[in-house]
Ligand binder design. Structure first.
Ligand code: GLN
Length: 232
């Protein structure tokens, strides 16, 4: 279904992956989250209609790379590696990583998972962060297609810890009291990174979308959304 106004510049195709609560997830079958509302505001501001499709992480990246989609949003980290293949908007959210583990385990820093079984979402910066500690392609690292699957493995005991983005980690711990999981307090283990909207290289809409994002940051709309989703 296409969302937006009558007098638009055209319809853009947006892809996301819904395994990334609270940025992009399914609420009673409907896409919801900070990123979903942010991209809606950006598209309205920029004057585009858009279709939004929920696909897996890998398919989302592929769709942008081959130009099938005009842009992607799902807590995607801007990094040099990806900049070779994609273009990004200005950063819109600062992130880092956290370790989630079963209650009672004595894990207080990155070093403590060195000899444990660790679950990550493959192809993410969380996977890289775990590999920095255990070693690239270490046999104790299990890579899943979705973050949600890594969390399920933690609950079932297949892995001892999950490394993922900090806000996604805290949302999961908060929403799943029965899972009996907690996360490290430590903020020194992992580096900070930034999320951006992802475009095919040399896309013609990047500048337009980016300036709409800037307008929303300048006019307080972004702050309102931020407060709604992340305010105390
Ligand atoms: N921020 C992480 C990355 O870009 C994870 C994003 C996600 O899983 N949706 O690699």
């Amino acid at each position: 279904n296409t969302q937006g106004s009558e007098n638009s510049k055209g319809t853009l195709s947006v892809v996301t992956e819904s395994g990334f609560m609270p940025f992009s997830y399914l609420d009673k079958g409907e896409l919801a989250g900070f990123d979903i509302e942010l991209i809606d505001a950006v598209m309205n501001e920029a004057g585009y209609n858009y279709d939004i499709k929920n696909v897996g992480w890998e398919s989302m990246l592929a769709a942008v790379q081959n130009g099938e989609a005009d842009l992607a949003i799902a807590g995607i980290t801007i990094n040099d590696d990806r900049k070779q293949t994609y273009d990004f908007s200005s950063p819109y959210f600062e992130s880092t990583h956290k370790i989630v583990f079963r209650e009672g385990e004595n894990i207080t820093s990155g070093e403590d998972i060195k000899d444990l079984k660790v679950g990550v979402q493959s192809g993410t910066t969380g996977a890289e962060a775990a590999e920095k500690i255990l070693g690239t392609n270490h046999p104790n690292i299990s890579k899943y297609e979705a973050n949600t699957l890594a969390f399920m493995s933690l609950q079932s005991g297949d892995v001892d810890a999950v490394v993922t983005d900090n806000v996604v980690a805290s949302e999961y711990v908060k929403n799943n009291p029965d899972a009996k999981v907690e996360m490290i307090e430590d903020t020194d283990t992992f580096e900070s990174e930034f999320y951006g909207i992802m475009f095919p290289k040399d896309s013609e809409v990047t500048e337009d979308i980016n300036s709409a994002l800037k307008t929303l940051i300048d006019n307080g709309t972004y702050a309102e959304l931020y407060e709604k989703w992340f305010g105390e």
